[in-house]
Design a protein around this ligand. Structure first.
Ligand code: NA7
Length: 547
């Protein structure tokens, strides 16, 4: 196809990650003319890009696979309780081929801009290869952590050695053996990288601004007996996930901390600390994430765990967060992270004591010292949830820009649509429940809902759907109410819209729905069953169809 050519579709999906793959499958089932535009050279999204050592998910593997296809559940065998990135990427490629989706995906192409044409009720989608697509429905499946952010440190370009953000870890092997390596950033990503490369690097310097509360992943291989049990229990596994607020296997203990005798709760916490996955965060007494005293007591328990694992008491104290309580930011799950600091080749640099002045051609200069490195790894996070939207120039009705509308924080209805941008489905975007839950179950609910609405539009020859301003206002109030009392709203993190490397992201933003996945799903079902209240359905496609 020549670069100036335009092709028409009924649905265009941006992104071939976990969400885009499932949405494509549902659209093909519906008999829709659909194409997927993907920036990577293959499917996988998050799992295509994040190839850094140690990358793996913190959801139990068997809850991370799609639940919708029994044959896939039977055929695919996860090798570990928490699979690493290469395995997850293989899985997503396997699903893509199993469902024969690849031929509907266009790789290595970015969507630069999308403009809604009110005369035709179509979106014009401008691609990085110069082509334009037109489509009635535009679906974003662009990832919530896909807009990587580099630190605002002078001299990043000056470094002559190898350096990259973890999101852009090269596809070719990176030689770490014996190398002098810097890692900047100690979020969930930094923690995974550090733990994984500590015994490979010659010298590893970790530049830490704020420590996080980390806890053991307690990963392990899945043996044949466990595999058979998992495969026989998928109904129960997904049923359990459907009941918990975050769609994980782990839901809160319904008691408050003080209702349980101290010895019993200490024994319970020991059990949580030794158990797999997010139980240590999400399986706790219900008041730990809302009551400052309960949170302080649990944080003290975890702090002691860190002290017991790090030999140098001064280093241990540096690794214990003092500015926020356990679980009020995303809890990195780790494998021997704290033990890495017991190695003679691993050094913690607290940038609060010695701020980084600049990156030099040979390394990093702090106010106290100059370091030489062969490799600098930036584990500095993402312009989370809305960053990927800001990188596409969306223009809705009356020339309105999405970036302007969302400048001070996202505004949506249900996290699925936004007024003024008809037929734009923001799956896995801000203010839905998928961003605050185990991702695949979260997106399955949103994709199924969007599919039902698209079917409804087609069956009724309706040209346009968008939420009313009133529905949006009401949803924002609900989102705000869901933040009420949550300790995480008092902490700066990507959950609450903070990023020191992005202009304007220095105050609380209402990025995610915190009311829990079951309540959110109920809401979606009710709206679909009652004719989509809060949405304005207008225009007719019947003439177009009759032609
Ligand atoms: P995060 O959790 O946002 O972590 C980014 C880290 O980078 C964090 O420790 C930041 O410190 C640090 N950072 C950012 N800028 C700087 C500068 N300028 N100097 C020093 N340190 C800096 O991103 P991740 O990729 O780790 O995790 C994102 C999600 O991916 C994760 O939650 C999982 O769901 C998967 P700060 O804490 O802001 O002081």
């Amino acid at each position: 196809m020549s670069s100036a050519e335009t092709s028409n579709h009924e649905v265009v999906i941006i992104g071939a990650g976990v969400c885009g793959i499932y949405m494509l499958h549902r659209m093909l089932d519906l008999g829709v003319d659909v194409t997927v535009i993907e920036a990577g050279d293959g499917p996988g999204g998050t799992w295509y890009w994040n190839r850094y050592p140690g990358a793996r998910f913190d959801s139990e593997s068997y809850t991370y696979g799609y639940s919708f296809n029994k044959e896939i559940l039977k055929e695919w065998s996860w090798s570990e309780h928490f699979a690493g990135q290469p395995e997850t990427l293989r899985y997503l490629n396997y699903v893509t081929d199993k469902l024969d989706l690849r031929k509907h995906m266009q790789f290595g192409i970015r969507v630069d801009a999308a403009q809604f044409d009110e005369a035709t009720n179509l979106w014009n989608v401008s691609l990085s290869d110069g082509r334009t697509l037109t489509t009635r429905i535009l679906v974003t499946a662009i990832g919530m952590l896909s807009a990587a952010t580099m630190p605002r440190i002078k001299g990043v370009e000056a470094f002559k050695g190898q350096s990259f953000h973890t999101y852009y870890w090269p596809q070719q092997p990176v030689d770490l053996a014996g190398k002098r390596i810097a890692v900047i950033g100690t979020g969930a990503t930094g923690v995974q990288v550090i733990a994984d490369i500590a015994d490979k690097a010659g010298d590893l310097h970790v530049f830490q601004r704020r420590p996080n509360w980390c806890a053991p992943l307690n990963n392990g291989p899945i043996d044949d007996a466990a595999q058979a049990e998992i495969k026989a229990s998928f109904d129960a596994i997904f049923e359990q996930c459907s009941k918990t607020p975050g769609s994980f296997l782990h839901g809160p203990d319904r008691r408050n901390l003080n209702e349980v005798p101290r010895e019993e709760r200490l024994a319970f916490w020991e059990k949580l600390y030794a158990s797999r996955g997010f139980g240590v965060w999400l399986g706790n007494y219900r008041d730990v994430l809302v009551d400052p005293d309960a949170n302080a007591e649990y944080s003290a328990f975890i702090a002691d765990k860190i002290r017991s694992r790090v030999k140098d008491p001064a280093v241990a104290e540096k690794l214990i967060p003092k500015d926020h309580g356990f679980g009020t930011r995303r809890v990195p799950l780790e494998t021997r992270y704290y033990e890495a600091y017991n190695r003679p080749n691993v050094h913690l640099v607290d940038v609060n004591d010695s701020p980084i002045e600049c990156i030099t051609s040979t390394g990093v200069r702090t106010t106290q010292k100059e370091y030489d490195f062969d490799l600098i790894i930036y584990a500095t996070g993402f312009d989370a949830i809305t960053g990927a939207f800001d990188r596409i120039d969306f223009t809705g009705r009356n020339g309105a820009k999405l970036a302007d509308k969302w400048r001070d924080g996202p505004i949506t209805y249900l996290g699925l649509q936004t007024a003024g941008f008809p037929n734009l489905f923001t799956l896995a975007g801000p203010q839905g429940a998928s961003v605050s839950s185990n991702f695949p179950p979260g997106i399955e609910a949103s994709v199924n809902w969007a599919t039902d609405l698209i079917r409804y539009l087609r069956e009724n020859n309706i040209a346009r759907v968008e939420p009313s301003i009133e529905a949006e206002e009401q949803w924002i109030e609900e989102i705000k109410a869901s933040y009420d009392g949550m300790l995480l709203t008092q902490t700066k993190s990507w959950f609450t819209g903070y990023n020191s490397n992005v202009d304007g992201h220095d105050k609380l933003r209402y990025m995610i729905y915190l009311g829990g996945a079951p309540k959110y799903r109920e809401r979606l079902t009710r709206i679909a069953q009652t004719g989509y209240p809060g949405f304005e359905l207008s225009g007719s496609t019947s003439k177009r169809r009759a032609r």
